[in-house]
Ligand binder design. Sequence first.
Ligand code: HEC
Ligand code: HEC
Ligand code: HEC
Ligand code: HEC
Ligand code: HEC
Length: 303
Amino acid sequence: MNKKYRLPTIVKSHRVTVILILLGMTLVLFLDNPALAKGEPEVQVNSLAELVKMFDSSSCKECHKKIYEQWEKSHHARPLMGLNDQIFIKGYLVRGPLAVKPGEKATKYNFPCFKCHFPQIKYATDLVAAEIADAVLKDDKETIRKLNISCLVCHNEKAVVHGRPEKNVIYGNKDIIDHPKTPVKKSPLLKNSLLCGQCHGLGPNLEFETPVQCATLYGSYLHAYIPSGGTETCQQCHMKDGDHYMPPNFNNRVEFSERMRDALPMQVRTLAYSFQPKEGDVRPMVVVNTKITSKAGHRIPDG
Ligand code: HEC
Ligand code: HEC
Ligand code: HEC
Ligand code: HEC
Ligand code: HEC
């Protein structure tokens, strides 16, 4: 061995100790750092069928029938389907910076939109992204309709912000140890606007290679509604009595117009008079004063 690199035994062992301590610290930091831990779930599945199964919430219907039926009609049940049952995301895969052809070449980088529209993608590998892209490009609606913001997305994945959600736990407003199949644990986030804010955005989402800006309503809630004295949470306005329908529903035009009329009352005042700039020239005039007040806790429309 080259003498130059030979260290006295005592120093050597010190070095090993230092390295071990550093290693330990890194491990502790890694385990303690929610950002790092959150980014990389240990389990990543290789097929769409497995991913859908992992978040499948159809079993909840048996006992939470009313909530399930409300949710089924909500936009959360079809986050990749736009108006008139079109796969809206298709346009983005066909042209523009996120376009990919053929679908099998897609990776998770093609889907920054999934951060909020289908967050469970982080439990899957690129193979699943490719499978989804293929279905989107083939206009396979039956498959795309299965991808939703299910009960378990809000009641598990998005229900804790410090650290990772525990596996096989449903988060709710109270502890229910003997809840069928899966225990319910209390999470304070369920009553907090931040639960919704995680997806209803501040934006822009600059962490992506192709940054996206979509929903930013939570920003206007925090920076306009709260500072002007607003006190209600998203849940208090949108989930009265645990309602999971969460309108507005843009596919129901009649109901949507009615809700908007209620949400944005318009006051109109008019004054009619005639104006006579010269003899024989009488012009009918009108002054219209309108005032629109918003009852929402944020700007409308959003996005
Ligand atoms: C076999 C019946 C049954 C099934 C299946 C079931 N639950 Fe429940 N769940 C209950 C009962 C009963 C309660 C207790 C109601 C109470 O005490 O207020 C409850 C309570 C809850 C609560 C807590 C409500 C609160 O007060 O915060 C949540 C959240 C919940 N269930 C979610 C789910 C989800 C999500 C699923 C599907 C993965 C599911 N449940 C499946 C019967 C069921
Ligand atoms: C930060 C979270 C977030 C990201 C990232 C995001 N969206 Fe959204 N998007 C939302 C939310 C929340 C809504 C619904 C609420 C709203 O519009 O205020 C929405 C609504 C939409 C709608 C209207 C849906 C409908 O039913 O008509 C379209 C279309 C849409 N997003 C497309 C995209 C596309 C395409 C991308 C990626 C390029 C994307 N979004 C990225 C959160 C996001
Ligand atoms: C978009 C997020 C979201 C989705 C999706 C969602 N929930 Fe909830 N759920 C919540 C929030 C937030 C609360 C607490 C509301 C509150 O206390 O004001 C809640 C409350 C509940 C409660 C307690 C209701 C009560 O009356 O106290 C039950 C039970 C429940 N959810 C079951 C379900 C089931 C079953 C599904 C799927 C069909 C589901 N949730 C989907 C966010 C969600
Ligand atoms: C996992 C991300 C996510 C969470 C958490 C979430 N949402 Fe949404 N929400 C969406 C997306 C995406 C849409 C749009 C789906 C579509 O139409 O394509 C949406 C749609 C809606 C809509 C229908 C209007 C519209 O613009 O589509 C309302 C209202 C709404 N969400 C309220 C809430 C409230 C209140 C909470 C919290 C209790 C919440 N959301 C939590 C992602 C989320
Ligand atoms: C003071 C009550 C109130 C609060 C607080 C509130 N909202 Fe709303 N929100 C409304 C009303 C009213 C509408 C109008 C549509 C309707 O009633 O259907 C609306 C509309 C929306 C829409 C549809 C926007 C569009 O472009 O048409 C979304 C999405 C939404 N809210 C999500 C949220 C989220 C997420 C929060 C919390 C960060 C929140 N809201 C807080 C009352 C409220």
